[in-house]
Design a protein around this ligand. Structure first.
Ligand SMILES: Cc1ncc(COP(=O)(O)O)c(C=O)c1O
Length: 370
């Protein structure tokens, strides 16, 4: 049986990923290592498929949220060090040790269980200890930090390879809060130094801090968003190329008279005779229903409005008098002719951030690598 291909697909440009990695490599300089964050299936771009390109272009490390994401990378032949950023469950520790994953540790019980798992497998598990300097999520508060480091140092089968923190608002032009977090992290570093503890990898910077707060680069930077060619705010410090385009083909076109109601709830009624194009993509694919009567797509190099409510599998577009035909290519994210639709434009319409837009694209959409 020949392969079925649906006429909705996401094109992921590996050239753009390579370009973005090289931009960051150049920006951070040779002394700093680059960790590419490929959690959530590479922010929707495909973790394994993009990881090869990232590594080939100068990425030293990968980071994921879940052990299972890392295991998939290992099974795909990725040998680079992988840091699991998220909280690992007690029953996932054996797998982490077996797959040589670097685990984030932020409390003593988990450290003891990991130590036991490592000893049982006769291995040394590398860990990075996380300090919460102001994100308020995973991580110990600075006051409790040194005692955990000392405890982990005393546990068999564990090696502290890194200490890190995470910024809560490094994308803000006002860096007051980020600098406060930075000072707290520096105090942790001094405290460790005064106890004679030396840590190979200190790290703090995400994409925004890497771009806008270079003094926080330290030994490595953890870059997610930027590697995929998206920016954390309006500033364009580096030239990054968006790697993902979302495309479909017109499934049906029909001419309708003025006064025709469109889609569930009839929230749009044509005000003149016009043509409606039916697109075979809907909210089950990650085209948010919030784009109903708000979003635009590109057809024949022209912006056309999404009209009526986006449905689970179909979306309607008012193409006016454009000579649109069944099979015409439609760009929902990406460029057509001189025009581009960015993930951040969808995000603005939806009251969210560009991160969520590409993560939202569901597994129904085939990723095509170019
Ligand atoms: C701990 C940690 N570090 C780094 C990143 C990468 O952030 P960004 O995509 O903004 O570069 C994330 C992503 O959320 C994260 O959770």
């Amino acid at each position: 049986m020949s392969k079925l291909t649906r006429s909705v697909w996401a094109e992921v440009s590996l050239d753009s990923i390579a370009h973005n990695v090289r931009q960051f490599r150049q920006w951070i300089g040779p002394k700093c290592e680059l960790m590419a964050v490929v959690k959530a299936n590479g922010y929707g771009h495909g973790a394994l498929e993009t990881a090869y390109t990232m590594i080939a272009n100068g990425t030293n490390w990968l980071a994921v949220a879940l052990p299972e994401e890392a295991v998939r990378l290992r099974r795909g032949g990725i040998h680079a060090p992988i840091l699991v950023l998220g909280a690992v469950g007690a029953d996932e520790l054996d797998v982490c040790v077996a797959a040589d994953l670097v685990v984030t540790v932020f409390e003593p019980h988990m450290a003891r269980l990991l130590s036991r798992a490592a000893v049982a497998q006769d291995k040394t598990a590398k860990v990075h200890i996380k300090v919460d300097t102001g994100m308020g999520r995973l991580g110990l508060l600075p006051g409790d930090f040194a005692s955990l480091v000392e405890l982990v140092q005393g546990l068999p089968g564990l090696e502290i390879q890194g200490v890190f923190t995470h910024f809560a608002q490094a994308e803000q032009p006002d860096l007051t809060y980020t600098k406060w977090q930075w000072e707290r992290f520096q105090a942790v570093q001094s405290d460790l130094k005064s106890r004679g503890i030396s840590i190979p990898f200190l790290h703090a910077a995400n994409t925004a801090a890497t771009l806008f707060f270079p003094e926080s680069h330290l030994d490595l930077v953890r870059v997610g968003l930027g590697i995929y060619g998206m920016y954390p705010d309006q500033r364009r410090t580096l030239h990054l190329e968006p790697a993902l385009s979302l495309k479909t083909k017109v499934a049906f076109v029909k001419r309708v008279p003025a006064g025709s109601a469109v889609s569930y709830g009839s929230t749009y009624v044509t005000w003149k005779e016009t043509s409606l194009a039916v697109l075979p993509i809907g909210y089950a694919d990650g085209l948010s229903r919030g784009l109903s009567n708000k979003g635009q797509v590109l057809i024949r190099e022209t912006f056309c409005p999404i009209v009526g409510n986006v449905t689970m599998d179909h979306t309607l577009v008012d193409v006016g008098d454009l000579p649109v035909q069944i099979g015409d290519e439609v760009v929902l994210l990406g460029s057509q002719g001189a025009h581009t639709i960015h993930a951040h434009s969808w995000a603005d319409l939806l009251g969210t951030i560009n991160y969520e837009i590409t993560c939202m694209l569901s597994s129904r959409i085939e990723r095509v690598y170019q």
